[in-house]
Ligand binder design. Structure first.
Ligand SMILES: N[C@@H](CCC(=O)N[C@@H](CS)C(=O)NCC(=O)O)C(=O)O
Length: 230
């Protein structure tokens, strides 16, 4: 059994998607980051950086294994199962390049762009422009890449799982906010739609909320999944 520590955010959903894709038994522990549960000592012992997602793998030999940072967790689960991360060096490096592209660029830049556009109490022109422009540049780059590529790197992989939850929440608002990319993003939309139709993705995205009736008809929750305390 794997304990998943998560919240209803794109970073958290990367991991529930991967767990569902691999069919691994896991238990959901929702961490209320709005109320500061990520700073509680029990959670800091799992992730000293005090952020979701994190996992504890109780199925390894010896002591339970804590893993934090979404990219690191995706690689851990891929190596544990032998799935969604190629083994041979060239396709593996392509997959890892796009995975690190997401964790080093898309997550931080989309997060800051959203923060300064919608969360910050004050509208500050410089950071709004800086992070908004960078988010738009990343969308354009991804759209151009997906013009000739079905997925980010070869077959569907952990690189796609890392980017999917972020693009699914942010693509429309980034395109609307930046006139220079208005009308772009059709390759990203095709990619989003292909991935969104995967039953494991529907289940992974639903962690922490009840499935809509249409979703429930098309998918089946893993029998081992349950909510627990953080
Ligand atoms: N680089 C980290 C980012 C994780 C992260 O930013 N998590 C957010 C939620 S999406 C969080 O826990 N925020 C709480 C806080 O910053 O106090 C990863 O990829 O796992």
């Amino acid at each position: 059994m794997i304990d998943l520590y998560t919240a209803k955010t794109p970073n958290g959903r990367k991991i529930s998607i991967m767990l569902e894709e691999c069919g691994l038994p896991y238990r959901v522990n929702m961490v209320d980051i709005g109320r500061g549960e990520q700073f509680q000592p029990d959670f800091i012992r799992i992730n000293p950086n005090a952020k979701i997602p994190a996992i504890v793998d109780h199925d390894s030999r010896g002591q339970p294994v804590p893993v934090f940072e979404s990219g690191s967790i995706l690689i851990y689960l891929a190596e544990k199962t032998g799935r969604f991360l190629p083994v041979s060096p060239i396709p593996r490096s392509a997959c890892l390049s796009w995975l690190f592209w997401q964790v080093g660029n898309v997550g931080p830049m989309f997060g800051q762009a959203n923060h300064f556009a919608t969360v910050a109490g004050e509208r500050l022109a410089y950071p709004t422009e800086r992070f908004g422009a960078e988010a738009a540049r990343l969308v354009r780059l991804m759209d151009q890449h997906l013009e000739t590529s079905e997925f980010l790197a070869g077959d569907y992989s952990i690189a796609d799982m890392a980017s999917f939850p972020w693009l699914s929440v942010a693509l429309s608002s980034i395109c609307q906010a930046r006139p220079q990319i208005a009308g772009e993003g059709h390759n990203v939309r095709r990619w989003l739609s292909d991935i969104a139709s995967r039953p494991a993705v529907v289940r992974g995205m639903a962690v922490g909320r009840a499935l809509e009736p249409a979703e429930a008809r098309n998918t089946k929750l893993a029998p081992t999944m349950s909510d627990g305390a953080a």
